[in-house]
Design a protein around this ligand. Structure first.
Ligand code: AMP
Ligand code: ZN
Length: 115
């Protein structure tokens, strides 16, 4: 198994797990960009948001629905940002679908530098 996030799901690589259920897993980003930086992934290998099917709708909903609870528990009580990098243009580095939850006590800043 070569996918690093599938290996985390399988317990072959340690991760700072903060939430887990039958379908999804959340763990701390190894190289945090903000004081709170958690990744939420489906346990099933889905390469990216460009590879989802209608069958994946429930798990995608679960990933978003748990985000606020995780953010609050991890120290981002007043909001957070969700990022889903997708494919080459989205600068996705790990080819297993994941949402980034980024936040902390202070605002994370503007979304992107404007053109
Ligand atoms: P992306 O560019 O959206 O694919 O982001 C991949 C994220 O995965 C980066 O923020 C990395 O720091 C993070 N990452 C890579 N390997 C691990 C790991 N073993 N445990 C936790 N986070 C990781
Ligand atoms: Zn995978």
């Amino acid at each position: 198994m070569s996918c690093i996030f599938c290996r985390i799901v399988a317990g072959e690589i340690p991760a700072g797990k903060v939430y887990e259920d039958d379908d999804i897993l959340a763990f701390k980003d190894i190289n945090p960009a903000r004081p709170v930086h958690v990744l939420v992934i489906p346990k099933k290998h889905i390469e990216s948001l460009a590879h989802v099917s209608a069958d994946d709708t429930p798990v995608l909903g679960k990933m978003l629905a748990i985000a606020n609870r995780i953010a609050v528990e991890q120290g981002s009580p007043d909001g957070f940002r969700i990022i889903i990098n997708t494919g080459r243009v989205g600068h996705q580095e790990v080819p297993h679908l994941h949402i980034h939850i980024v936040g902390g006590p202070e605002p994370v800043g503007p979304m992107l530098k404007r053109i």
